[in-house]
Write a protein that binds this ligand. Structure first.
Ligand SMILES: *Cc1c(COP(=O)(O)O)cnc(C)c1O
Length: 397
């Protein structure tokens, strides 16, 4: 791009004209994790947050906050160096061991973000002259990981294991197959058992990014792989993020010891970056323990999801295809999604409008997420506000 201020201004105007301009809203205050639920103050007004990924309500948990503060007092705020230099501390080591145990795998390796984990894993296991197969609706970080690797990226139709199988049969250099576990903008679940058998037969690596399944689905919140009973032989690479259901920040990859050692040696996004603050690792250890030990959070979340789906269907809205915390209401046009999001904000609800390129053209939506922090009356009021805003018109899946 030429250095020309006019190009920037034209770009901004074009985005605005197409209802695609993205904007941030400043959160001035959050209300506590207990009785006050998922409430935030934005522009002086209290809003009920229906777009956070804090599914279990752990981000503001007093024990998680206390662990962060205590470990910062012991280890400092920053880690000071990369993991392979002098940045890997006792809380990191303990968290990796606990994440391995939680996922039933031999070993886990921390990354600073899920985005970096996906870039690092894919570019470690695939490269030039090879092919990476991905679901068309995979998270951007999985698609970008394939691009960074230098491999050829092929995308199969969403959720279509048969299409993936046909692509695998046509090429012999497929190094890796990657999929979201729970799709981040659609809330549906990948056909994991079918993909696992395809990948095994083709001797390709299979990566499942379970950012939205871990903590939420399966026994003890062990995620989509636990639901599908797939171990590390079936799915050698499991990516999890810590900034969603676990309420903190960071990510990890779990697998067999040799696989993880290979990553430790080769994943550039793990090697050439400062280690996560040790205090975040300490806070995550507490969050992980709470997530596993307090099934009521998942039960409460499940009940709220069910309540939303029943109320939405009754109000003539089409809820998401599966009972996960991500319940998109697809409205189609970008301008309509923006209008609805603004109408909901006026009514006291924060529901983000998700537009292309995050989702395909003509598939703009309200991405509604539920949290154990919501009250039943919050869910009922949201559905009433959706109906009031006229969401039902043009809603489809
Ligand atoms: C959020 C998300 C990521 C990125 O994780 P960060 O830790 O936020 O960088 C990766 N994959 C999926 C499916 C996600 O939803």
């Amino acid at each position: 791009m030429r250095r020309d201020p006019e190009i920037l201004e034209r770009d901004r105007a074009a985005l605005a004209g197409a209802a695609r301009l993205r904007q941030r809203h400043v959160i001035e205050r959050v209300h506590g994790g207990g009785s006050e639920g998922a409430r935030l103050v934005v522009a002086g007004r209290e809003l009920i947050d229906f777009c956070s990924n804090d599914y279990l309500g752990l981000a503001r948990h007093p024990q998680v906050i206390a662990a962060l503060a205590a470990a910062a007092a012991d280890f400092g705020v920053g880690s000071g160096a990369a993991h392979l230099v002098s940045g890997h501390s006792a809380p990191h080591q303990a968290l990796e061991e606990e994440l391995a145990a939680f996922t039933g795998r031999e070993r886990a390796l921390l990354f600073s973000t899920g985005y970096m984990a996906n870039l690092g894993v894919i570019s470690s296991f695939a490269g030039r002259g090879e092919t990476v197969l991905e679901d068309r609706l995979n998270h951007a970080s999985l698609l970008d990981g394939a691009r960074l690797s230098g491999a050829r990226l092929l995308r199969y139709a969403h959720g279509d294991a048969a299409a993936a199988g046909r692509m695998l049969a046509q090429r012999d250099a497929v190094a890796l197959l990657a999929t979201d576990g729970v799709f981040s903008m659609d809330g549906d679940i990948a056909p994991l058992a079918e993909l696992a058998s395809l990948a095994r037969r083709a001797r390709a690596w299979l990566l499942v990014d379970d950012a939205h399944g871990l903590g939420v689905l399966g026994s003890g919140g062990r995620g989509t792989l636990a639901v599908a009973a797939l171990d590390s032989t079936a799915v050698p690479l499991l990516v999890g993020t810590l900034g969603k259901a676990f309420g903190t920040f960071g990510a990890f990859v779990a697998g067999d010891a040799d696989t993880i050692e290979y990553l430790l040696q080769h994943a550039r996004t793990g090697i050439y970056t400062t280690a996560l603050p040790p205090a975040l690792a300490a806070a995550t250890r507490v969050a992980l323990r709470l997530a596993a030990a307090e099934p009521w959070r998942r039960e409460r979340l499940g009940a709220l999801i069910a309540r939303f789906r029943v109320a939405a269907a009754r109000a003539g809205l089409a809820p998401g295809p599966v009972a996960t915390p991500i319940q998109p209401v697809i409205v189609g046009s970008d301008a309509e999604a923006v209008r609805l999001s603004a109408a909901l904000r006026s009514a006291g609800f924060w529901v983000a409008a998700i537009r292309p390129p995050t989702v395909p053209q003509g598939r703009a939506r309200l991405r509604i997420t539920l949290s154990a922090l919501h009250r039943e009356s919050d869910v009922d009021a949201l559905v009433a506000a959706l109906a009031e805003a006229g969401v039902a018109r043009g809603t489809e899946h």
